[in-house]
Ligand binder design. Sequence first.
Ligand code: SF4
Length: 330
Amino acid sequence: MFLAQTRDWKVAVSESFRDLDALLEFCEIDAVHAGVDGGPEFALRVTKYFASLIEKGNALDPLLLQVLPDARELQLVEGYSEDAVGDRQCMPVPGLIHKYHGRVLLTLTGACPIHCRYCFRRHFPYSGNSADYSVNSEVMSYLSRNTGIREVIFSGGDPLMLTDRKLAKLITGLNRIAHIRVLRIHSRLLSVLPERVSGDFLKVLQQFNGQVVLVTHINHPNEISESNQAAFRLLSQQGYTLFNQSVLLRQVNDSAQTLAALSHKLFESRVMPYYLHRLDKVQGAAHFDVSREKSCRIYTQLREQLPGYLLPTMVEEISGQASKTPVRCD
Ligand code: SF4
């Protein structure tokens, strides 16, 4: 069974909002944050699907706040940097980040269907640091000779902005390396553009010889509707494991009630809550930060409300550490 496809996903991407006034008009919101357009490097971008989930007339809608450029992004804040998680120190070859034991991450593209204002890679130099995955590339050679690598993570930007043909080429290359057993794909596109889960895409995933894990990036229960739920269920029926990671964001999801509702809705959609990240301290995102004390208060309440299997692990990424660090709230 495949989702009823009304049109090509690339057409849907091309129809994304890139203009602040057009987005606000669509959302029936009077001009707010006048004159802030996100700048040329991290311009506004929102899929029509995501915009359709924003409550009309609500300038404080939690989905809108994730994508609305804000003048506070221009302030330099102490303790915040352009490379908050130390990605650039961990690239043995361009486009490949090797931080943790047994797994590597490929930055396949800088393109995204949506620009999340809190993005920790908003300053990442994709030019020159996007993975070349042709057969004899440095990336494939690194993966072949490092036999301890068991899992490859497709990331970006959003890796599902690559065409199915390019994804298939990558998978063919990985299939030639016997010790790569797990392919993990982190994508916001799975939720903000459900058309992407097409029959052709499913055929591409089927080509991988090992296990496929898909990680959605959803922060608020309102981001889940019948359309992306159908896509998640379809992927689950095909045997793929689905996890979700969220970022704890001020004014977006900083309450136990919201996060509990998200966990329940994810589970109904066959997606397991995985990580709740504290904000990575990237320049331009400080206004989304939730203090450690408040984060712990929320998390303690969340633990009281949810069964253990629906409780995401709250973590933070500390540059130079051998894994994500669980946040201690004792
Ligand atoms: S989709 Fe991911 S990589 Fe792209 S802007 Fe959003 S958080 Fe950043």
